[in-house]
Write a protein that binds this ligand. Structure first.
Ligand SMILES: NC(=O)c1ccc[n+]([C@@H]2O[C@H](COP(=O)([O-])OP(=O)(O)OC[C@H]3O[C@@H](n4cnc5c(N)ncnc54)[C@H](O)[C@@H]3O)[C@@H](O)[C@H]2O)c1
Length: 220
């Protein structure tokens, strides 16, 4: 995420973030971007949404949800609906709760520069077409954007096989290198085929599986 913003010459102090969903993915994404220096202007959960153009106090929001198990009653900003929150102005919009929340109805109304798919399948095909036609939103597809969790699960499997465990620093270092490589491979594929970033990520992933299957021959 940060490297996409760096590519766009958007520094942390000029980055505002709205996140739908304040669970594992949403709260960790919020914390990482907040610590980087971005302003979190909107958060939400199943009980509703909070918008604060001056910045939601993230530490307060995390402490509040830890105690109350939801954002209901949190007073760190203006209460808005979940649908309204998605259409508020921001640099980065992160749907990190549910599938199919960016739809044909709201895609034309989004006011973000980057749509980072924290959740799996948050954008419908219809919305995807509208966003591609608009051409003013950088979409980071789920398969790329939220792959960190699966990569670290793979790291856990690898470490368990060897009974040899890495430090947290080693895990993050390997993760960041793998994500940077994935980003540049997708960028190259996008340039090669002149397609969307989502199509490029899928072309790359599917062709790797096809290549591995061809090399292995008929199996089992
Ligand atoms: N946890 C992971 O490792 C991981 C990795 C990659 C992708 N994902 C995907 O990310 C998404 C979220 O996963 P999670 O693990 O953070 O789940 P979670 O259950 O921890 O959090 C979900 C959050 O969404 C909120 N929510 C539910 N309905 C909502 C609504 N209508 N409007 C706004 N917010 C609503 C919940 O209140 C909660 O805060 C899912 O699509 C999941 O498949 C998760």
């Amino acid at each position: 995420m940060k490297s996409y913003l760096q590519d766009m010459n958007i520094p942390p102090e000029k980055t505002t973030v709205i996140i739908q969903g304040f669970g594992n993915v949403g709260s960790e994404a919020a914390l990482a971007l907040y610590e980087w220096g971005a302003e979190i202007v909107g958060i939400s959960d199943f009980t509703g949404a909070i918008y604060n153009p001056k910045g939601v106090n993230l530490k307060d929001a995390l402490a509040y949800t830890a105690q109350n198990r939801s954002l209901q009653g949190f007073t760190g900003g203006e209460a808005v609906t979940n649908d309204e929150l998605l259409e508020m102005p921001c640099t980065v919009l992160i749907p990190a709760a549910l599938e199919r929340v960016i739809t044909g109805k709201n895609a034309a109304k989004l006011k973000c520069r980057v749509l980072a798919e924290g959740a799996n399948g948050p954008t419908t095909n219809e919305a995807d077409e509208i966003i591609t036609q608009r051409g003013d939103i950088e979409l980071i597809p789920d398969v790329l954007c939220n792959s960190g969790g699966v990569i670290v699960s793979y790291f856990e499997w690898l470490q368990n096989l060897q009974n040899y465990y890495w430090t947290k620093g080693e895990v993050f270092d390997k993760l960041h290198r793998m994500l940077a490589k994935a980003k540049s491979s997708v960028d190259e594929t996008q340039k090669k085929y002149g397609c969307s970033r989502r199509t490029a990520a899928l072309v790359l992933g599917i062709s790797r599986v096809a290549e591995a299957k061809a090399k292995r021959g008929l199996f089992p």
